[in-house]
Design a binder for this molecule. Structure first.
Ligand code: SAM
Length: 208
C-alpha cells in the first residue's frame, strides 16, 4: 500500500475500521507520525519503530482497538502510551472539538514528539502528560473511555477505579510475547471482561 487512501480501503475491507473510523483515519496521514527514514512504509499494516525501543502500532490494530472503544463525539478519552501520537490523533478526530483526549507517556522525548506530531496535524483537543500511566490520571477521572496501548501483565487497579460507570476500557493483557486484547465494561460497579483477539505489544512499564 502506497497511500493513505489505499490503507483506508484495506482497513475497510478487512473490517478493522467502521465507515466512521475510516473517515477519521483518512484525515490523518500516518507518514507524519513515523520517522523520516520509514515514511515509505507508513501505509503498510505493520508496527514501525519510533525510537527508545518503542513502536507506532499497526493501523489494523489501531482501528480495531478504536472500534472496540466505541468512541462518541464529546467524550473524554484517557490513553496510556502516547508513542508517536497517532492513536491519540485518531481519537481526537472522533471525539471532536467538544471532546478531549488525555494521553500519558513515560518516555519524555516521545511526549514531545507526539505533541509536535499532533499539533502539526492540527489537533488542539489533546493533553499530553509525562508520567507513569499505570496510575492513570486521577485529576480528571472518571473517564468514559480508557485505552492502553502497551502490554500489561494485569489490569492496573487505578485504571479500573478511574473508569466511569458505563465506561469502556480496552487493554492488551498477557505475557511479553503475546497478549489478549480485552474489552472491559463497568456496569453497576462490576467489571465485565471480554477477550477479543490475540495481539503483541511492547510492555507497559510502571509501578502497578
Ligand atoms: N499509541 C502509540 C501510537 O499511536 O504511536 C503506540 C504506543 S507504543 C506501542 C507503547 C507506548 O507505551 C510506548 O511509547 C511506551 O513508552 C509507552 N509506555 C509503556 N509503559 C508506559 C507507562 N507505564 N506509562 C505511560 N506510557 C507507557
Amino acid at each position: 500500500m502506497n497511500s493513505n487512501q489505499e490503507l483506508v480501503n484495506y482497513l475497510l475491507g478487512t473490517g478493522y475500521a467502521s465507515e466512521k473510523i475510516a473517515k477519521a483515519v483518512m484525515k490523518i496521514d500516518r507518514a507524519d507520525f513515523v520517522p523520516e527514514q520509514l515514511k515509505q512504509n507508513a501505509y503498510i499494516d505493520s508496527p514501525l519503530p519510533i525510537g527508545h525501543g518503542q513502536t507506532i502500532s499497526a493501523p489494523g490494530v489501531v482501528t480495531f482497538m478504536t472500534r472496540l472503544l466505541d468512541v462518541q463525539e464529546g467524550m473524554t478519552v484517557l490513553e496510556v502510551g502516547a508513542g508517536s501520537g497517532y492513536q491519540a490523533a485518531v481519537l481526537a478526530e472522533l471525539v471532536g472539538e467538544k471532546g478531549k483526549v488525555i494521553t500519558i507517556e513515560r518516555v519524555a522525548e516521545l511526549v514531545e514528539r507526539a505533541k509536535a506530531n499532533c499539533m502539526r496535524a492540527g489537533y488542539k483537543n489533546i493533553e499530553f502528560i509525562h508520567s507513569d500511566g499505570t496510575k492513570g490520571h486521577p485529576a480528571k477521572a472518571p473517564y468514559e473511555r480508557i485505552i492502553v496501548t502497551a502490554a500489561a501483565r494485569s489490569v492496573p487497579k487505578a485504571l479500573e477505579e478511574q473508569l466511569a460507570e458505563g465506561g469502556k476500557l480496552v487493554i492488551p493483557v498477557g505475557s511479553s510475547y503475546r497478549q489478549d486484547l480485552l474489552l472491559i465494561q463497568k456496569l453497576k460497579g462490576e467489571l465485565q471482561v471480554e477477550k477479543t483477539m490475540p495481539v503483541v505489544f511492547v510492555p507497559l512499564i510502571g509501578e502497578e
